[in-house]
Design a protein around this ligand. Structure first.
Ligand code: NDP
Ligand code: BG6
Length: 500
């Protein structure tokens, strides 16, 4: 058994590679600031942004703090921001040159000063083709002689099963598995973390979590924007690699897994891997592929109108894919993974639909559903029937609603990246993907990727801003989903879960 990973509490440095990029300014540095402000980072932390671009020190600070919003009257936070700015510097270098990494090491040594140990966290927010060269240079030039090293790697980890294995085989001689933190930022989201608690703290849920009670499970990702400007990347990635293989399969594994022996990273990831090993893709002919076309009013462009997209591309920007988990708990229950760009709304949710009540007393009862809304406006609500209030015996579909913002006052939910960076410093890998999880996820979508590559199926068109291809209705029906039109509007009600 490997020894537990020690948390990094002090003598810490973090290098953000790709610091000139989008993710760095929008997510990484705001998340680091938030952790710092809440006292969750060591006060001696040295933060270095690293990239090839020429950026003046002041411009760098300006750049990485532009998305940090502080209330005008909040002088305490403003003061913290000034402190944070002093912790951050920029170092310019290449992603493969020995000189650059020797220079980075010297820069770190200078900033770190005399320390008994040097704990270094390297975060690779970079295109995957430079992961190996950067990791190699880090090992050779910047790996601490005394102290801990962590290598946080952004997605995508590989392009398919073979390339993921190949990447891992190149990292193997450089960093131990317990030094590698593979990001799937969905694992840092509050409601994704919540799945384990909902399932295993509540007998009322855990006892129903099986094929006897559950008819079908939908995991839905909808984004209201298209691939604007990212068409080059997206066209080879497709919605399957961009969203399904990683974010949605991770959510599936947390829903489908058996109770882990403990919540420790090893046990939790074992349970997820076991579930994924029993999961298979449904029939390829049932998969729905879609590609968005111009919006109804013609104002939003179609996927093919993007200059960065190859002419006539058949890249799916939408997919609805059935999966099955072949074990005693889930035999025959479809897990429907739906993901789309340029949709009517932005929403990510898990919708667990229960089997119908036995025929008998009521002919007009509705299906129960447990909905976990991951974003936006985090919520858990349970749709159930009550007697229609008043002189009536009709079942009325309503819900027990736990919308977080209504339930918890002064609630501050963390951003996914905050939780993940916090865990990386703490040495907790439970919310990072282990290599065998990723291999399972790639194997799971492998036949689909192969089919897309060989057959090049024509995706069904759907308008930008719509609910996806029309075929979706048949798809859901086929897998047993029953859409009960809610009776909410027959009654003036308050506090509806706001996706109604
Ligand atoms: P960017 O495209 O902005 O790239 C980040 C930096 O990498 C750039 O500023 C650039 O820095 C450098 N770079 C860009 N292209 C290349 C190249 N071909 N070769 C070497 N270096 C290059 O990406 P983001 O900041 O949006 O994202 C960073 C990584 O994180 C992405 O590669 C993506 O895989 C992943 N990502 C993850 C997301 C998630 O939600 N988990 C979301 C978005 C992205 P410079 O030229 O100055 O060196
Ligand atoms: C990324 C995808 O992994 O996740 C993007 O590459 C997508 O295409 C993003 O927009 C969605 O993340 P979130 O946290 O906004 O749901």
């Amino acid at each position: 058994m490997s020894s537990p990973i020690q948390p990094i509490k002090e003598n810490a440095s973090m290098v953000v590679f790709g610091a000139s990029g989008d993710l760095a300014k929008k997510k990484t540095f705001p998340a680091l600031f938030s952790l710092f402000k809440d006292g969750r980072l060591s006060s001696d932390l040295v933060i270095v942004g690293y990239a090839r671009s020429k950026i003046e020190p002041n411009d760098f600070i300006e750049r990485i703090t532009q998305f940090i919003k502080i209330d005008d009257n909040d002088s305490e936070t403003k003061q913290k921001l000034e402190q944070f700015k002093k912790m951050c510097t920029y170092y310019r270098g290449s992603y493969d040159g020995v000189d650059s990494f020797q220079g980075l090491n010297n820069h770190l040594l200078e900033r770190e000063g005399d320390r008994e140990e040097r704990n270094r966290v390297f975060y690779l927010a970079l295109p995957p083709d430079v992961f190996v060269s950067v990791s190699t240079q880090l090992k050779q030039q910047c790996y601490p002689q005394k102290g801990a090293a962590r290598l946080i790697i952004e997605k995508p980890f590989g392009f398919d099963l073979d390339s993921a294995r190949d990447l891992q085989s190149k990292l193997n001689p450089l960093f131990d598995e317990n030094e590698i933190y593979r990001i799937d930022h969905y694992l840092g989201k509050e409601m994704v973390q919540n799945l384990t608690h909902l399932r295993f703290c509540n007998p009322v849920i855990s006892h129903l979590w099986n094929k006897e009670s559950i008819s079908n499970v939908q995991i839905t990702f909808k984004e209201p924007i298209g691939t604007e400007g990212r068409g080059g990347y997206f066209d080879t990635s497709t919605i399957v690699r961009d969203i399904v293989q990683n974010h949605l399969v991770q959510v599936l594994s947390l829903i489908a897994m058996e109770p882990p022996t403990s919540l420790a990273a090893g046990d939790l990831r074992d349970a997820k891997v076991q579930a994924l090993r029993r999961t298979r893709l449904g029939d390829l002919k049932d998969v729905v592929f879609g590609q968005y076309v111009k919006s109804k009013d013609g104002k939003r462009p179609g996927y093919l109108d993007d200059d960065t997209v190859p002419e006539g591309s058949k890249c799916p920007t939408y997919s609805a894919i059935p999966f099955f988990v072949d074990n005693d708990r889930w035999d025959g229950v479809p897990f429907l993974l739906k993901a789309g760009k340029a949709m009517d709304v932005g929403k990510v949710e898990v919708r667990v639909q229960f089997k119908p009540v036995a025929n008998g007393l009521f002919k007009d009862a509705h299906r129960n559903e447990l909905v976990i809304r991951i974003q936006p406006n985090e919520a858990v609500y349970f749709k159930l029937d009550i007697k229609q209030p008043g002189i009536s015996s009709k079942p009325l579909l309503t819900d027990l609603d736990l919308t977080y913002k209504n339930r918890f006052t002064n609630m501050k939910l963390h951003e996914a990246y905050e939780a993940l960076f916090f865990d990386a410093f703490a040495g907790d890998q439970s919310r990072f993907a282990r290599i065998d999880e990723l291999e399972c996820a790639w194997s799971l979508v492998g036949p689909l990727l192969e089919y897309m590559e060989k057959e090049k199926p024509q995706p069904a068109p759907y308008e930008y801003g719509s609910n996806g291809p029309e075929l979706l209705g048949n798809f859901l029906q086929k897998f047993g989903y029953v859409y009960d039109i809610p009776d909410y509007y027959e009654y003036p009600v308050t506090n509806l879960p706001d996706d109604k």
